[in-house]
Design a binder for this molecule. Structure first.
Ligand code: C2O
Ligand code: CU
Length: 492
């Protein structure tokens, strides 16, 4: 595979001496894990769930005793967890009190295009944006973050992101669901800091030796450095979101007993899957069940991920890095928890597309899709509303990429021709695409019509996305001739 045009000789020394990062043994884990507040939703007379989200700048003590300039939602860093029931009409009121225009995108949500919060729904400073749509999809751990074209990496890095849970009642009593007690949000981000403890944005764009964009040396969970969680029940559910710009984690528990995966990005798995590690690329989520014994201290750790890249690129992309992420401290006596479920109420498997339906091939370059860079005025794909398609993602280069499709849920059919492990059998919306590898997806598209307003598909390494590794699709009534679709999308 290619090595992103870097001279292999000069590279080796740099890679080996300066790109292995670790916090193991360096960070004391003694700061309580912050739990993002639940957003206070108000039920309007007409039944809509109104949620006020104010994007604002502020200062946050990210490193102990140091103040950093940060951005957040209803606070100075990150945002509240929004919970919505299937069937609710969600009506966020998003006010942009940041000094720059931005957007707020509901990652993993099926919704009308004008509500998506992609790069076409810009919110000027001081403006209020009020989308509203009926949520109708299976329970899942989604999230929200800005999506202004070219600036997503900075806006997310400064702290604009939050969780968005869809509940449907199907798993009631089966899984721990006491928010912040045995059902724990775990937003994992890597960051670099200046000597003064401010966020360091150096290298946030790809370029030079940065093939992925910024990789941080410090790990924050829910904005806390060196976090510890007191565990009071025999089993806890960790809803892990990789909200990092570029870093890929491979999560393990240092007690060596492994854990169970119960959900992927976009819904529950059919049954808990025992694993000893789980790789998560940016934008991906997983729900884990972790068992502890009384008084036990266990670290959630990221060991060097297998990126499938050649050695030089692997090192540049963080493939040698190792971090402690979160310390779990069991109390001397633990309350009983729901037993490990035998089966879970997973959404039905997606039906394969009808014969003759379209299979698409998307070829990834650096940092192009099908040889093209993102153009906000170009539609790259016309997809029949509510249809199922097979998408073949061909990463033709030596760089790690991943892939996210808006307003869609997919199953991973195979990676390099092999079906994925059982932990990846659930519905997803984001997937890792290793270098020089083909990943095949079975994609179910949303059913809200969108003939002129586009949805995005893109690499979720934010520096790649911002550099133009993104395309646009519209959803049209089945049978529409793709050639009659408006070539220039409507901008809100
Ligand atoms: Cu999480 Cu298009 O993004
Ligand atoms: Cu990429």
């Amino acid at each position: 595979g290619a090595t992103v045009g870097l001279p292999a000789a000069g590279l080796a020394g740099y890679v080996w001496t300066t790109t292995r990062r670790s916090n193991v043994g360096r960070v004391s884990f003694d700061r309580p894990l912050a739990i993002p507040p639940l957003a206070a939703g108000v039920r309007a007379a007409d039944g809509r769930l109104l949620v006020d989200l104010r994007l604002q700048s502020g200062r946050t003590e990210l490193l102990p005793g140091r103040q950093a300039d940060t951005w957040g939602i209803n606070g100075s860093y990150l945002g509240p967890t929004v919970r919505v029931n299937r069937g609710d009409v969600l009506a966020p009121r998003v006010r942009n009190d940041l000094p720059e225009a931005t957007t707020l995108h509901w990652h993993g949500m099926e919704l009308p295009a004008e509500c998506d919060g992609g790069p076409h729904q810009m919110i000027r400073p001081g403006a209020l944006w009020q989308p509203a749509w009926r949520v109708d999809q299976p329970a899942a751990t989604l999230w929200y973050h800005p999506h202004p074209h070219g600036r997503t990496k900075e806006h997310v890095y400064r702290g604009v992101a939050g969780l968005l849970y869809v509940d449907d009642g199907e798993a009631d009593g089966l899984l721990p669901d006491d928010y912040g007690v045995d059902d724990i949000p775990v937003i994992v981000q890597d960051r670099n800091f200046t000597r003064q403890g401010r966020l360091d944005e150096d290298g946030i764009a790809f370029g030079g030796l940065s093939v992925t964009g910024l990789l941080g040396s410090e790990i924050l969970v829910n904005g806390v450095w060196g976090p510890v969680l007191d565990v009071r029940t025999e089993r806890v559910r960790l809803r892990v979101l990789n909200a990092s710009n570029a870093r890929i984690y491979d999560l393990v528990l240092d007690h060596g007993r492994g854990f169970h995966v119960v959900a992927g990005d976009n819904g529950l798995l059919p049954a808990p899957v025992p694993v000893d590690h789980l790789r998560l690329s940016p934008g991906e989520r997983a729900e884990l069940l972790v068992e502890l014994r009384p008084d036990e201290r266990v670290r959630l750790r990221s060991r060097p991920p297998d990126l499938g890249a050649n050695l030089a690129v692997d090192r540049l992309a963080g493939g040698a890095d190792e971090f402690d992420v979160l310390e779990l401290r069991a109390t001397p006596s633990l309350r009983p928890a729901p037993p490990l479920p035998v089966a879970l109420p997973a959404p039905p498997r997606l039906a394969p597309p009808l014969a003759g339906r379209r299979e698409r091939v998307l070829r990834f370059g650096d940092f192009l899709i099908d040889g093209r860079t993102m153009d906000l005025s170009r539609i790259d794909a016309v997809v029949p509303l509510g249809s199922t398609e097979i998408w073949r993602l061909r990463n033709d280069v030596g760089t790690p990429h991943n892939f996210h499709i808006h307003n869609a849920a997919f199953e991973v059919l195979d990676v390099a021709g092999r079906p994925p492990g059982a932990a990846w059998w659930g519905r997803k919306d984001t997937v890792y695409v290793p270098p020089d590898t083909e990943v095949r997806l079975l994609v179910q598209f949303g059913a809200y019509p969108s003939p002129t307003r586009p949805f995005m598909f893109h690499c979720h390494l934010l520096a790649h996305e911002d550099a133009g590794m993104m395309g646009q699709f519209v959803l049209v009534p089945p049978g529409t001739d793709p050639r009659v679709v408006a070539p220039s999308p409507v901008v809100d």
